[in-house]
Design a protein around this ligand. Sequence first.
Ligand code: COA
Length: 159
Amino acid sequence: MTAGGIDLRAGGGADIDAVMAVMSDSFDRRYGEAWTAPQCAGLLPMPGVWLTLASDHAGAIGFSLSRVVANEAELLLLAVRSSTQRRGVGKMLLQRFIEDAKKRGADRLHLEVREGNHAVKLYEEFGFALVGRRRNYYSGPDGRCYDALTMAKIVDGLD
Ligand SMILES: CC(C)(COP(=O)(O)OP(=O)(O)OC[C@H]1O[C@@H](n2cnc3c(N)ncnc32)[C@H](O)[C@@H]1OP(=O)(O)O)[C@@H](O)C(=O)NCCC(=O)NCCS
């Protein structure tokens, strides 16, 4: 266990149900940001992809899904159960992503996030900066579309 009784561990295919439980609880359905179980299960076995699960005494409360290709690592998903948000779990998972990415040889980190998502503030706090925009990247169930912001961070031995 780490600070606050939260444990971070590497996950795998056996954790898809836990991932989907957090996914459906955390993402706002209006924006079409959440992934389906087949999307997650299909990506997990691919080279360079890794899953990190955050748990407390009651089970999984958050996760991150990431991928490294050569010297670039991408944070694909980050989510924390709504009942445990604003307690630092997102920061723990983001810090772990940065550390794992560096261990895997990445020096450029990037991610996409919906414009207006409060996670933008979290990413900025960790040194990610806006580098691009993908118009209408997300589409909600009502057909409305939302831009994605591309954010990136260069890491070195001091991060
Ligand atoms: C984004 C998310 C993972 C953050 O998880 P969390 O455990 O609440 O994060 P933390 O408690 O570590 O908070 C980190 C920072 O995020 C920002 N933040 C998180 N929730 C926020 C909110 N409701 N309003 C404003 N800022 C918020 C703040 O900067 C916060 O720092 P602070 O508490 O010191 O002000 C969580 O809100 C979530 O699962 N959201 C739905 C899924 C999602 O949109 N993921 C991001 C795109 S993949």
